[in-house]
Design a protein around this ligand. Structure first.
Ligand SMILES: Cc1cc2nc3c(=O)[nH]c(=O)nc-3n(C[C@H](O)[C@H](O)[C@H](O)COP(=O)(O)O)c2cc1C
Length: 199
């Protein structure tokens, strides 16, 4: 990081709303680590956003207020960490639905006529966690092209936490120091790139 340029603001979220979600825990770890290294972090939970399943007829009656809130929030953060659970070898419907809504242009609103306004130029670090052996790696392989399509830069460094059922303690902290270092490495690369891109 260049100390003479302000550190980019980091947005952290997970594609799960499950109470005991490994990906929500991983997002919590990422937020804590990024804050500890001096970054301003906004850690959001998608459960706090009242966003229905995307339907163009519904949208024609008005984009839901929480979609507008999320559009603005994503736009305001040059750097993101996304923690992606794996369902059937891909990312979750929650993540797809959220991205679909946020990427949809708002009719009659000049500011939001470009659906990708919230995404363009963002630097995204992708993490995943799964109880399985691959740690949700296959969800990453589907999510990354979606992020590219949405005009994001994706950090080459990623981390897939396997055997996630044994990876966290009762407080939701990562037990293994090497796992923490893997998360930190992704955060560092995302912030480094976002700072240099002036995203
Ligand atoms: C419908 C469904 C499909 C799943 N498919 C996979 C899979 O392909 N690969 C995998 O590693 N885990 C799979 N899982 C297990 C999830 O990784 C596990 O439920 C995990 O805890 C979900 O993430 P979370 O803890 O953040 O909610 C699947 C779970 C569900 C409910």
């Amino acid at each position: 990081m260049n100390p003479s340029i302000p550190r980019p603001k980091l947005l952290v979220f997970a594609g799960s709303t499950r109470i005991d979600s490994f990906n929500r825990k991983l997002a919590g770890v990422a937020a804590t680590l990024a804050r500890a290294s001096g970054s301003e972090v906004t850690h959001i939970e998608l459960v706090d956003f009242d966003i229905p399943m995307y339907n163009a007829d519904l949208e024609a009656r008005g984009t839901p207020p929480d979609v507008m809130k999320l559009k603005q929030m994503m736009h305001d953060h040059p750097a993101w960490i996304v923690c992606s659970p794996e369902y059937n070898g891909s990312y979750t419907a929650l993540l797809k639905n959220t991205i679909d809504w946020v990427s949809s242009p708002v009719k009659g609103d000049a500011q939001w006529s470009d659906g990708f306004r919230s995404f363009t130029g963002k630097v995204v670090g992708v993490l995943s966690a799964s109880p399985g052996a691959l740690g949700g790696l296959r969800s990453q392989s589907h999510l990354v092209p979606l992020l590219f399509n949405s005009q994001c830069w994706v950090a080459p460094k990623t981390f897939a936490l396997n055997n996630a059922g044994a990876a966290f303690d009762a407080q939701g902290e990562l037990v293994n120091d090497s796992h923490r270092q893997n998360v930190q490495a992704v955060i560092d690369q995302v912030l480094f790139a976002a700072q240099r891109l002036g995203a």
